[in-house]
Design a protein around this ligand. Structure first.
Ligand SMILES: Nc1nc2c(ncn2[C@@H]2O[C@H](COP(=O)(O)OP(=O)(O)O)[C@@H](O)[C@H]2O)c(=O)[nH]1
Ligand SMILES: [Mg+2]
Length: 219
């Protein structure tokens, strides 16, 4: 019997293209962030809330990944940022080659920061590296504090966990400490931030974190 291991080839090819993306971004000194979460956790809201401040100091571009529609790209465009839309047409994650095609359309030498909103999904986006500097995930308090151990790869692959929607914490039985401890058990190096895109609480910490990331590897 001849066994054809398609899965491994796909992942290997993705890693190769991710390495090319990393090289492209590094050579243009662009700081890059891949934002991941389940649908509705607040990825677009985080961008809309923080971009005005980030754009005061940095030249920013955004890649918007969605299965269908330009809804998020439209929301984010209203901040004045340049948005590059990837409609995956069914795929539940962005992969390195989709991002690679977008990178060829972006004037990388003339931006400092690239934010990528991944497709809403707690599983697949974690499996596909894109070649960015940092992976950030959001978990909103309406999703349940038991999620880290149910979706460990996402927590393992992220360097930052944002607990979002803290403005409505009193209406849900989300234990921040439990969620944080579980996340740290999976990934002891993960940083954790609590914020509300609605009220702006904690937003300065996020902006400061992105700013520091830009200072570290940027132009
Ligand atoms: N109460 C509250 N709602 C939020 C917050 N952040 C996002 N939302 C709402 O959650 C819903 C999904 O947000 P969105 O940014 O589209 O999530 P995405 O699917 O991860 O991009 C929207 O109705 C937002 O207004 C927050 O911090 N607090
Ligand atoms: Mg969105």
């Amino acid at each position: 019997m001849h066994q054809i291991n398609v899965g491994e080839n796909i992942m290997e090819r993705n890693r190769e293209i991710a390495a090319e993306n990393r090289e492209m971004l590094r050579s243009s000194k662009v700081t890059s962030v891949n934002i991941m979460s389940a649908p509705g956790a607040g990825k677009t809201s985080l961008l809309v809330s923080s971009l005005p401040q980030l754009m005061k100091k940095r030249r920013v571009a955004v890649i918007e990944g969605d299965v269908q529609t330009t809804r998020d790209a439209d929301r984010v465009s209203r901040t004045g940022v340049e948005v590059f839309q990837i409609e995956t047409g069914g795929a539940c994650h962005l992969d390195a080659s989709m991002v690679h095609r977008a990178l060829h359309q972006i004037d990388l030498d003339n931006i400092d920061l690239l934010m990528i909103e991944n497709v809403g999904n707690l599983v697949c986006p974690a499996e596909f590296e894109l070649g960015v500097d940092a992976r950030v995930m959001l978990l909103s308090v309406t999703e349940g504090d038991d999620k880290p151990k149910k979706y460990p790869l996402m927590f393992l692959e992220s360097s930052m966990l944002i607990l979002n929607k803290i403005d409505i914490i009193e209406y849900v039985d989300f234990d921040m400490e439990r969620a944080g401890n579980e996340a740290r058990e999976i990934n002891p190096r993960i940083e954790i931030m609590k914020l509300s895109c609605r009220t702006g609480e904690g937003m300065e910490d996020w902006i400061g974190w992105v700013d520091k990331l830009c200072d570290k590897g940027g132009k």
